[in-house]
Design a protein around this ligand. Sequence first.
Ligand SMILES: [Zn+2]
Length: 499
Amino acid sequence: MQTDLFTLKIQYILHLFKHSNLNLYNRFLIKTTFSLFFIVLFLCKSYNILAQENNDFTTTSPIQFLSEYIRIPSVSGNENQAAYFLMQACEEKGLYIYKISDTIGSVNFAASLYSLDLKKPNIIFHNHMDVVPAGDSCNWNYPPYSGTIANGKVWGRGSLDNKGLAIIQLFTIEKFVDLASNKDLPYNVTIVCVSGEETGGFTGSAIVSENFKEIFNPVVVIGEGGAGMDNIAFLDKAKIFFGISITEKSSVWLKLSYNVQSAGHASIAGSDYAYKRLIKGLHKLIDEQQPMQITNEVKLMFSEAGKNIGGIKGFAFKNLDWKIFRPTLKKYVKKVPEFESMLCNTITVSSFGEIYETTNQTPMEAHATLDCRLLPGTSTNDMIDIIYKAINDSLLHISILKPSPPAYTSYPDFFFHKLSVSIKNIFHDAEVIPMLLPASTDNSYYRASGCPVFGLNPMIIEAKQMNSIHNFNEYIDIEDINNGILIFEDFLQSLLKPI
Ligand SMILES: [Zn+2]
């Protein structure tokens, strides 16, 4: 509408000009001015169209960019659009792109300061592009794929897990593109963006971690994992503790089945039928507290925390494996879920049987699925043995639904300490401790390939926010994005001193 009115006005001026009695020189001047005016107008309009269509990623702020990225609903198996969006931004920021796989639901790519062919020692940042489904959007304060920016936060599915981290990584590496093109820096820096993390990494990191060392020449991988937390139940509540994960529990999904020969009418089921056996077995299993195991990783974690706490509690933390502290520890395991998750294997019933159309029948087979989280040192077979022993029923059959790479550990090294220093440079009062992450991420794949891997979301995550992961009303604080970029920038700055 505005353009039509504008065109009419121009036609009217030209009409006046045509019928006026101006001399030739004045006509020339006016004609030139008009020509210039139209050239400028044309250029402005073309630029505008270009900016709208091509998304000028080099000038977009991290917050706007994250908001746009959230608007692409990249539920596992549907990552393509998100991948191409991110890839285009990386390319426009001057990074070298390397496609690892490029099929529907399995786009995996890397973006680096230098070409990977140079085989420079490589600092790798890792993120995943897929998200879990948003569930019923009525439960969200803002639509889950709106990327709404409000109250100092960016809202939406994936904002925290894991799109916010990708944006922090991307806008950090961008700051070193010019330096890398002018100087021969001692390290390459690469962002690896993968699909399928939320469904076990089979379409993502399982592929990417093959020949990982040969292709990327990594010196360290920094993926998702620990974060800054305050108000931790068993630590000094006045302090912020940043946990950098050095290992994590592996997750194994198992199916428990009972097959009995007494299927029939529910009215005369008798004393032994499939579901009764299953329920009895599960009761035995979930009523049994898994024994405490003080792994080397947990010992390290608590002794580092103990150094910062001091007093009797600090002393106890530093000597967690002393027998004298066992009874107190056991009490904590029962009371504090965080404690239990770090000191014990856990077994959770995640689904139970199926819904049958006819409820007056007892089926021959009954089954349940278990989500088991295993401490470093416990294998899938160990867990299967534990379950067989606990239930002790010859009719029980256990099968593996989803195996998981075993949990390896990356003990604190040069890069861990550099990360710690950078955290403290931005958060002056923070304490940094190596931690065992009770959840499972893709990091295990890269540790299994023999590479040191540390998990860090360089931000403070509050308890409420933690609950929003894989839940409704997921968000990330704008302040945390900015601080995250500062931490990673400080980290790279300390390592990328030109040769
Ligand atoms: Zn994640």
